[in-house]
Every structure is written in structure tokens, then in C-alpha cells.
Ligand binder design. Structure first.
Ligand code: CA
Ligand code: CA
Length: 547
């Protein structure tokens, strides 16, 4: 009996040893000080050198097992094949190589738009391809993989000309998989087959990602669906894909075969196969994207898709329907701002619905020369010719964004590229979109934060679009002045003593919100021009003068 117990114990310990997840800390081989804080036992934790001359990141990671954890230090890494996730595998990047917890990764306003966004890690881990025209995507969450996670990776400049038609793919049965705090930019896919966007999800969650300046170019007679993202549930999907808190900008879908009806959803294409597999797009900003046919920003095909609290602006379609296109069958639009989208020769065109779309509800904001059939909302702010279509969005009925782009469509030169990357579609305090949303639509989806992680409902009612305007200075609780450790230095406002994740708001002296930030470290530096500013943290406010 005793022998049996001992044997059982031995067996149990063996099993435990087998399932022990291993941790791999990868660094650029010449960055020898990276991960010097880690004591590798070479049993369960390893420090791995990457050398571009002798290896590839995909070969390294693909040798790891399910449930292993991969921490990748800063630098540019090349792949010679697709990185294939395994169940439970966690890949995280953008470490300085000194951290021992993931929350210690530094963030900064890399694109200078006044916001420190969830994907803006200071020490970027960038993945690109060894080959200028590879025949493989960068990252796959293969079928039957469950609960794999990618966090803090930038995929840049991967160009595909082959039958593998996406840069990142989450397959239909990749249940619970998450692609978050990551960037996919400057990637191009082309081919004669159906193309499905830089990121193609049949399942899983794409959360807090920047999808920027990707293109999808069909060279055959088959259609292209989505320049930036294609979120499509299929019959075998174990759950529908969700796209939450992303910025999707400067993406383009085209078809060079000359058939204009074959390029849809420049920013994102959404298609749901059933009510049970309804794709969700929530708290996203979709701007300056471009399609040839319909839905320069967003194309919702068939029924069941649900788009909530998104800002869709300055997108362009060569043919018709520059902003949002709801195809027959429709889908739901709720708490949307759609503004400044155009098609053809400068025709205002924000939302196009079909008269058969009977279940769009709540509200939309925008200008359209298209069809508004089925928008049954009693809270439609503006429609048709009555709305404001001023290019800078400052008119009486405009949404009054903080710093929108002026030109529509994808950037064509350095000036429009900078305008896109530095744009800020937060609302200003005079916007008619403030406190105009239907909270119930957010409650139903359990959404409690906005794109930046700030509370989604302020002043009892949510705002339209992806950003909630923080509590204003004039209506807030009593502030205690001069109590924050902050000062001006070299055209920067420096704030010390912050708690991780704490919200920092910068206001002008008139009480207007200039920018909002989330503390990623105890000290926050905010580039500022000359002027007088009010810095608010919680219920404390201090004045700072930048000389
Ligand atoms: Ca930023
Ligand atoms: Ca509000």
C-alpha cells in the first residue's frame, strides 16, 4: 500500500513537472545588459539571444511549448515564417529588459497626439520580415488553440504576395485568444484571391491596438474585404470576434482588376453569420481609411454585427458611401459619431443604410447624401443637409473634436501623414455629442471604460464616440489647488508621484481639456507649448506655466 502511494506521488510530481510552464526572456544578442535582472535556471527560465544573422524570431518561438511565456526585450526582430501561437502561450513585448512585472513597461506619446495610448510602449519590440516579399503572415492563432495571448508587439512592414491573405489571423476555433496593446502598421497584402485585411479574426478579441497604414490590394476578380481589419464569424467559430478600443487609421483596400464593386471596408469589414455569433466593434476610432467601393471606414455585411460607441471620421470611398455602409441585413449602430466622410468628388457621405435595415436604433451623428432608411432612432442628432459639414468640424452642428484631420482618405504626403498621426478625436466641452449616448447599449455589453481606460460614463450619461470627456474643471468636485508635484521644464510639464494607472488631465486656463493621460510610471512628461496650464490628478489641480 505504502509503495503504491509513493508511486502515485511520484507520478503526480512527474505530471506537475511536465506541465510546468517555462519562461523565455529574449533579447537582441548585442544588448547583453537586457534581462540581467533575471536569474535563469535553464530549467524553467531561460535567457535567449536573438541574432538576426543566424536566427529568426519565428524559429525561436515556434520551438516553445503550449503555456510557455515569452518576454521579448526592445529591438527589431525578423521572422522567417509565421509565429504560431499554442494554447495558453503568452507572448509579450516592448520591455526595456529591466522589468520584473509587465506593468513596469514604460509608455509615452510616440505619435505626439497628446494621448498616451495603450499600445505606445517606449521600448518597442518590433517584428518584421526577413524577406521583402514573404509568402507568410506574421502571426497566427491556429485552429484549436485556446487562450493564447499577444501583448505589446509591433508588426511593421510585412508584405505578402501569396495565398496567405493576412498579417495576423485568429482562426475560428481559437477560443479566448487575445491580441492586445499591439500595433500592425505599414503592412501590405496583395493577390488574386479574396483578401481579408491585415488582421483577420474569426474569433477572439483584438483589444487596444493601433492598426495603421496597411493596404489590401486585390489583383484578380475576387473581392477584397477590409484594409485594416476583417472581423468575420463563420459557422465553425466557437465565439464571434470582438474589436475593442482600437484606433484604425490610414488603411486602404483596393482592387486593380478594374471592377469597382470589389473593394469594401477600408478601415474594417464586419460580417456575422448568426445572432449567436454577432461580431462587436466597440470604442474604436476609425479615420482616414479608404475603399474603392463602399464603406471607406466601415462596412457591415449581413445582419447581427453590432457597432457601439465608435468614431468614424474623414474616411473616403472612390465610388460611394465613404463612412459607414450597412449592407442588406444591416447590423446595429449605437452611440456612433460618423462625420466628415466623403465619397467620389467630395460628396458628404457618412452613413448608408438600406431601407430593409429595420433595427438600427439609438443614434448616429453625421451628414449623409446617402440613404437613411431604417435609422429609426429618436435621438438622431443630425442627418441630411441640415448637419454641419465644415472641414474643420467647428460649425454649430459639428461634433467639435479636439484636433481632427482636415483631409479625408489615406494620407498622400508628409503633411497629411503627420496630420493623421497627431490627430485627436476626443470631444471638446462644447460638443453636442456629450451626454448623448444610450447607456443601456454599453451596459448590455458590460462596457465600463472608454478607449483610454477612463470611466465610460461621466455625468450620468455616456458620450457618443470612442472617448468619454472627463469631468470638467467647472463642474467637478472641489479641487484643492497647488497640491500636485508638478513643474515645467524645457517645454514639458513634469508630474511626479503618480500612482500607476492614474488619470492625468491637462486643461487650458479656460477649463478646456487639452489632453488626457494614464500614468504608466510615477513620473509623466508631457510636451507642451508656451502657456498656462491646469494639471488635474483625481480631485487635485495645480497650475503650471511653460515659458
Ligand atoms: Ca499618442
Ligand atoms: Ca458623459
Amino acid at each position: 500500500m505504502k509503495k503504491t502511494i509513493l508511486l502515485s506521488l511520484f507520478f503526480l510530481l512527474s505530471v506537475c513537472a511536465q506541465v510546468q510552464a517555462k519562461s523565455y526572456y529574449i533579447r537582441i544578442s548585442t544588448n547583453t545588459s537586457d534581462w540581467s535582472n533575471i536569474t535563469a535556471d535553464n530549467v524553467n527560465s531561460f535567457i535567449v539571444d536573438y541574432d538576426a544573422a543566424t536566427g529568426s524570431l519565428s524559429t525561436i518561438i515556434n520551438a516553445y511549448l503550449a503555456s510557455d511565456s515569452v518576454w521579448i526585450a526592445k529591438g527589431t526582430y525578423k521572422i522567417s515564417g509565421t509565429i504560431a501561437l499554442k494554447s495558453g502561450m503568452i507572448i509579450r513585448g516592448s520591455f526595456a529588459g529591466t522589468e520584473s512585472v509587465i506593468s513596469a513597461r514604460l509608455k509615452s506619446d510616440l505619435d505626439a497626439n497628446g494621448l498616451i495610448e495603450p499600445w505606445e510602449f517606449t521600448n518597442t519590440t518590433e517584428i518584421t520580415s526577413e524577406n521583402s516579399t514573404p509568402t507568410f503572415g506574421a502571426m497566427n492563432f491556429p485552429a484549436a488553440v485556446t487562450y493564447a495571448l499577444v501583448d505589446g508587439i509591433t508588426i511593421k512592414g510585412v508584405n505578402i504576395t501569396s495565398t496567405n491573405s493576412q498579417i495576423v489571423k485568429i482562426f475560428d476555433t481559437a477560443t479566448g485568444s487575445i491580441f492586445k496593446n499591439s500595433v500592425v502598421k505599414d503592412c501590405n497584402i496583395s493577390g488574386t484571391i479574396a483578401l481579408n485585411g491585415a488582421v483577420y479574426a474569426n474569433n477572439g478579441t483584438i483589444q487596444n491596438c493601433l492598426i495603421q497604414s496597411n493596404s489590401s490590394t486585390g489583383t484578380g476578380t475576387t473581392a477584397t474585404f477590409g484594409g485594416g481589419i476583417n472581423a468575420t464569424s463563420v459557422a465553425t467559430s466557437t465565439a464571434a470576434p470582438k474589436v475593442i478600443g482600437c484606433v484604425i487609421r490610414g488603411n486602404k483596400t483596393t482592387n486593380t482588376a478594374g471592377t469597382t464593386n470589389k473593394s469594401k471596408g477600408g478601415g474594417i469589414f464586419v460580417q456575422s453569420i448568426s445572432a449567436a455569433l454577432s461580431c462587436k466593434v466597440i470604442n474604436c476610432v476609425i479615420y482616414n481609411n479608404e475603399a474603392m467601393t463602399q464603406g471607406g471606414g466601415l462596412y457591415v455585411n449581413e445582419a447581427y454585427g453590432e457597432v457601439v460607441n465608435c468614431t468614424v471620421a474623414k474616411n473616403y470611398s472612390v465610388s460611394t458611401n465613404g463612412g459607414i455602409y450597412l449592407n442588406t441585413g444591416g447590423g446595429l449602430l449605437n452611440n456612433i459619431i460618423s462625420w466628415g466622410n466623403i465619397s467620389g468628388t467630395n460628396v458628404a457621405n457618412d452613413i448608408h443604410t438600406q431601407t430593409s435595415n429595420s433595427n438600427q436604433n439609438n443614434l448616429a451623428y453625421g451628414v449623409s447624401s446617402g440613404t437613411w432608411g431604417g435609422l429609426t432612432s429618436t435621438k438622431l442628432l443630425t442627418s441630411g443637409a441640415t448637419a454641419d459639414n465644415s472641414t474643420d468640424g467647428t460649425g454649430t452642428l459639428a461634433p467639435k473634436f479636439l484636433n481632427p484631420t482636415i483631409a479625408a482618405g489615406v494620407p498622400t504626403d508628409g503633411t497629411t501623414t503627420t496630420a493623421m498621426t497627431t490627430a485627436n478625436f476626443q470631444l471638446t466641452s462644447s460638443s453636442p455629442c456629450i451626454n448623448y449616448a444610450d447607456n443601456a447599449k454599453l451596459t448590455a455589453l458590460n462596457i465600463t471604460i472608454d478607449l483610454l481606460g477612463n470611466p465610460r460614463v461621466v455625468q450620468t450619461t455616456a458620450d457618443l464616440g470612442a472617448y468619454e470627456l472627463p469631468e470638467s474643471l467647472t463642474t467637478s468636485i472641489s479641487e484643492s489647488m497647488f497640491s500636485i508635484n508638478c513643474f515645467a521644464k524645457n517645454n514639458e510639464i513634469i508630474i511626479n508621484g503618480l500612482t500607476l494607472g492614474e488619470n492625468v488631465m491637462i486643461y487650458g486656463v479656460a477649463g478646456n481639456l487639452i489632453s488626457s493621460h494614464k500614468a504608466a510610471s510615477p513620473t509623466l512628461s508631457i510636451a507642451s507649448t508656451r502657456g498656462v496650464y491646469l494639471v488635474r490628478v483625481a480631485n487635485k489641480v495645480s497650475k503650471v506655466i511653460v515659458q
